[in-house]
Design a protein around this ligand. Structure first.
Ligand code: AMP
Length: 430
């Protein structure tokens, strides 16, 4: 009999890996608690209309990725309705905020969630049809300070702290402002006009986006279209005074906290509800995510509550791709394990052993990780050992001892260089 397998794009999480998931979630809970967040758990499925209205009909998520079905009524009184497995959690949180009248307290709500989301995307490494997000939202009536730039900076600073506490290395924060709903409208129009004469040169997806949602063209990774995209108008030139000032305040607060960021004028993000601050944290290539190097994304959504029929409640939030966080931690741990030594010293003949050991002592005292071969080794054996253990090999022969000029082979580029002994430490560190 044919066996039944997990559905494409879904997977089982098994021990011992689940221990890492628990560790990540426990760390997130502990960080969130220190910033005053409480947990919210919303249903896995909602009325389809919530996402159509909240996320936006023109987005890829709503137009092609949702798991939607017509739910039959079971009784005459129980009407059928269109339901959808949640593709993201912000819309659900804001729905709950409105439904439970959380704005009545007049206070800032700080809510976090951890749970699965569902999108019918093409599965690949770091991209699944059921995936987990760890997210948080800060929202409240305007008089609670919910639209303050301080909140944006606090959320970003919290994320930097969380990633550091988890031990994620090399993360990068890309930051932008997409302005108010009006700014976006004017900018969209400018993009539409700029794209009109050139869009026929672009890929099919971008031709469609140029009409339906020109902001999405900026997200495109299509290599042939990059030249056109780089020449398009920039959102920064369309921000009104208040949005510009808000963005300046966010940046100043991040500077004060020492959180590094890069302003990325093209970062507009895929969901329709974003206003003003948008951001993304990425990890370097080789962190186990392949092309899916976005670890998390988020932004401000000052009009979302009204779009869902609620009171004015500006807010800001983010969603971390937990699957990607785990893949990154695993890849970085593996890299750490196989981390190569800074140098392998190869003495050319037994007579050079004492000098080679002395050189190793110098380098080790300067903080480098070093292994010394043996003058008995033939050159080929030294090369093989060095290539396995270290990033560079230092040849230490009679000439080198006499002149103080060392021959260094760099395995990453396959080149050999002559380096004076006085510059050896900095050369090996590079
Ligand atoms: P978004 O809700 O699209 O802003 O995505 C926020 C984060 O969720 C992304 O930066 C990813 O890390 C993660 N994410 C989004 N879609 C997927 C997916 N299909 N599989 C795994 N992670 C995802």
């Amino acid at each position: 009999m044919a066996t039944i397998k997990a559905v494409r794009g879904t997977r089982d999480l098994l021990p011992p890996e689940t221990a890492l998931w628990n560790h990540v979630e426990a760390t997130a809970r502990s960080v969130f608690a220190r910033y005053g967040f409480g947990e919210i758990r919303t249903p896995l499925f909602e009325a389809t209309e919530l996402f159509a209205r909240g996320v936006g009909e023109e987005t890829d998520i709503v137009s092609k990725e949702m798991y939607t079905w017509e739910d039959r009524g079971r009784a005459e009184s129980d009407r059928g309705q269109s339901l959808t497995l949640r593709p993201e959690n912000t819309a659900g949180v804001v729905r709950a905020y409105i439904e439970h009248k959380l704005s009545d307290s007049g206070m800032l709500e700080k809510l976090f969630y951890i749970g699965p989301q569902f999108r019918r995307e093409r599965p690949q490494r770091g991209r699944y049809r059921q995936f987990w997000q760890i997210g948080a939202e800060v929202l409240g009536p305007p008089w609670s300070g919910s639209d303050s730039a301080l909140r944006d900076a606090e959320v970003l600073e919290m994320l930097a702290t969380l990633l550091d506490e988890l031990g994620i290395k090399g993360w990068r924060l890309a930051l932008n402002s997409v302005g108010s709903a009006d700014d976006r409208k004017r900018y969209s129009e400018a993009l539409r006009q700029a794209l009109a004469p050139v869009k026929h040169l672009m890929c099919e997806d971008n031709q469609r986006r140029a009409e339906t949602n020109p902001l999405r063209v900026l997200d495109s990774k299509d290599p042939n279209d990059q030249e056109i995209i780089n020449g398009l108008p920039k959102i920064a030139d369309f921000l009104d005074e208040a949005s510009r000032e808000h963005f300046e305040q966010v940046k100043a607060a991040l500077d004060a906290c020492g959180v590094p960021y890069t302003v990325e004028p093209r970062l507009v993000r895929g969901l329709d509800y974003y206003t003003r601050t948008t951001f993304e944290f990425t990890v370097p290539d080789g962190s186990g995510l392949g092309t899916q190097n976005a670890l998390l994304g988020g932004g401000r959504y000052d009009g979302l509550s009204e779009m869902l029929g609620g009171p004015r409640a500006p807010g800001i939030g983010f969603a971390i791709g937990e699957d990607r966080l785990i893949l990154t931690l695993q890849a970085q741990a593996a890299e750490q394990e196989q981390k190569k030594l800074d140098a392998f010293i190869a003495p050319m003949g037994v007579g050079q052993n004492p000098g080679a050991l002395r050189l190793a002592r110098e380098l080790r005292r300067a903080g480098l990780t070093v292994e010394v071969g043996d003058g008995n080794f033939r050159l080929k054996k030294s090369f093989e050992a060095a290539d396995k253990l270290a990033r560079k090999m230092v040849i230490f022969g009679e000439d080198e001892a006499a002149t103080g000029i060392l021959t260094v082979k760099d395995f990453s580029v396959g080149e050999q260089a002559k380096v004076p002994r006085t510059e050896l430490v900095s050369f090996l560190k590079s």
